[in-house]
Write a protein that binds this ligand. Sequence first.
Ligand SMILES: [Zn+2]
Ligand SMILES: [Zn+2]
Length: 174
Amino acid sequence: MAIDISGILSCENKEVVEQVQVGYQSFSSELGDFPIMKAKPFALRISNFENKRILISGQAKLTVSIPCGRCLADVLTEISFQIDRELHITEDGIKDEDLEEAAYLNGVYLDADRLIYEEILVNWPMNVLCKDNCKGICKVCGQNLNRGDCDCQKTEPDPRMAAIQDIFNQYKEV
Ligand SMILES: [Zn+2]
Ligand SMILES: [Zn+2]
């Protein structure tokens, strides 16, 4: 979704609120493609501050389907973020905080999809699990161990670990 901000740029202290909707069905990053299951439109406030700065703010929440890090089951994960950007109006055009071209701005068009994409990326949850005690999948047969044990041979305890355990037990006895 592209928002024409020329009217805001040309009018000191003008402020508009746009209803913004995420413009894609799935979020793609180098981690993969993740379907967006729920995304309500949200209010994006764009204001001209004394013809010096453009302030962009809003609060958004969406639900993305992300595979569990252990068993790969789909986990509906809520990602919420606060947009809080500031653009500087300079003689060379509109620049971001670092006085660089903002990637989400094409001339006088604010690319809301790009802006939202950047926010989702930095707010991406680490280590998504279907539940804290997810048992994962069996490395031998691929069975989801949350649904029950498989018939694969359970690995024998490592003899070195057993030796360390023995030492601990000796100390306990003293
Ligand atoms: Zn899991
Ligand atoms: Zn197995």
